[in-house]
Design a protein around this ligand. Structure first.
Ligand SMILES: Nc1nc2c(ncn2[C@@H]2O[C@H](COP(=O)(O)OP(=O)(O)OP(=O)(O)O)[C@@H](O)[C@H]2O)c(=O)[nH]1
Ligand code: SF4
Ligand SMILES: [Mg+2]
Length: 421
């Protein structure tokens, strides 16, 4: 079962042997990472989930040193910078005795470009090294902008000071963001869940689970309706009518009608028609992308207009942030590509599945990005994607926005209304 808690992603960065893994172990109070004098001991990012007093749940990233040469070193760098993109806070480990600070300068530059908070940790290997801090700050002038602490990473008594330092200086991003801001106490909300072939048995998909949890937590009542999409779309009128009757009976059974219906985006063709005008309508995918983009739904709503300018030869990238099993009438691999090929001859569709995203230089090739709800990546990772796309000047939209738009401007306006757009 996916964990619904959001963790503050905190990464530890620096050159080889600067003491990154020692800091990881200092924070986790365990031998989470291997510490060794061999440079390059941490080859791949090591993560740890823990609860930090005063900060709540965090995800720590112990990364590989950025100064390793060769082909393997280049791979480690790539991975480490991807982790930096994902982090909200970067802890930059510096050995003040280091001969040069090129790697540290690069980390600071990237952290600035990607809008990351950064805290500097001077790790003192020998007593006399403390005197070299002033020299380091002369060499790397940007250091003066960041809060700093001096410690010995291999000394467990430094843990409290380090925690206090992080707590004092780190501002948790987006501390509060409402998943469904329109939900009101004592009201009903209907969740329209088709449960197609992709739906794993034994649990809801994460967007459904998050919505149900949110509504319940806010003293309102979530009620689920399993819609038989095949029947609702059946060319046989009797079948479609039977399903519609079942839906109407569901709604009519309430003494007090639901305030809103939250539907699987795939069912927008049906729900736009069936959902009575006095009940608000939106989709899980829209709720998710608004939440994980920290309220940037408007950007996805604007992005869908790019469909109108698609020409033969253009490329569209469909992005799903997880690797769920894709069978049957999958939205990303079947439904949206079918729609595009039908309405935009010659437009090429590409896919990007999973947590890794295209490199910035490649993004400019696309005319439009169509993103899923993004519920399986952190808000920071999604923000990093949005920033990269902004830099490349590529519009982005979302499954829920697109599938509503395909039902007409009215349907789009309707699903955006609960979000004040
Ligand atoms: N004397 C002293 N040694 C330390 C300190 N911090 C780390 N070390 C030692 O430095 C070596 C490297 O420490 P690590 O924590 O593995 O460093 P790292 O940055 O993770 O190194 P890589 O994974 O190789 O990039 C180990 O031998 C540690 O015991 C410190 O504060 N003082
Ligand atoms: S990450 Fe995207 S594709 Fe995966 S479950 Fe969430 S919304 Fe669906
Ligand atoms: Mg290490």
């Amino acid at each position: 079962m996916a964990v619904l808690v959001e963790r503050e992603p905190i990464g530890i960065f620096g050159r080889m042997n600067s003491g990154k893994s020692s800091v990881m172990n200092l924070l986790t109070q365990q031998e989470t990472s291997i510490v060794d004098a061999t440079p390059g001991t941490t080859a791949d990012t090591k993560t740890a989930l823990l609860e930090l007093h005063g900060l709540g749940p965090v995800k720590l990233f112990d990364t590989a040193g950025l100064d390793e040469s060769g082909a393997l070193g280049a791979k480690k760098r790539r991975k480490t910078f991807n982790d930096l993109k994902e982090c909200a806070l970067a802890l930059l480990l510096i050995d003040p005795a280091a001969a040069d600070l090129a790697v540290e300068a690069e980390i600071i530059e990237k952290a600035r470009a990607w809008d990351k908070q950064l805290l500097v940790i001077y790790n003192i290997f020998q007593g006399a090294d403390e005197n070299k801090i002033a020299g380091a700050e002369k060499k790397l002038k940007l250091l003066r902008f960041y809060p700093k602490i001096t410690l010995r990473a291999n000394n467990s008594s430094c843990r409290t000071a380090l925690l206090d330092f992080i707590l004092k200086n780190y501002i948790p991003q987006d501390a509060k963001m409402e998943l469904l801001p329109f939900v009101q106490k004592d009201e009903y909300y209907a969740l329209i869940i088709p449960m197609d072939e992709e739906t794993p048995p034994g649990r809801y998909l994460r967007p459904q689970a998050m919505a149900e949890e949110y509504i319940t937590r806010h003293w309102a009542y979530p009620v689920s309706f399993r819609l038989d999409l095949k029947q609702a779309r059946s060319p046989c009128a009797a079948e479609a009518i039977a399903e519609k009757k079942r839906f109407d009976a569901f709604l009519n059974n309430f003494q007090k009608k639901p305030q809103a219906l939250i539907t699987d985006s795939q069912a927008m063709d049906i729900m736009h028609k069936w959902c009575p005008a006095d009940i608000a309508l939106t989709t899980f995918s829209i709720a998710m992308i608004n939440y994980f983009s920290r309220g940037r739904l408007r950007r996805f709503a604007d992005g869908v207009q790019a469909l109108q300018t698609l020409r033969s030869g253009d490329r569209v990238l469909i992005v799903e942030a997880c690797n769920h099993s894709r069978v049957g009438e999958d939205i990303g691999t079947v439904q949206i590509p079918n729609y595009l090929s039908k309405h935009f001859a010659g437009v090429a569709v590409e896919h990007n599945f999973g947590r890794e995203f295209q490199d910035n230089p490649d993004l400019a090739r696309y005319k439009l990005i169509i993103h899923c709800g993004g519920c399986m990546i952190s808000a920071q990772k999604l923000q990093a994607r949005l920033r990269a796309l902004e830099t490349a000047g590529v519009p982005i939209t979302n499954y829920g926005v697109l599938l509503s738009y395909l039902q007409g401007e009215d349907a789009l306006r309707r699903v955006l209304r609960p979000w004040g757009i």
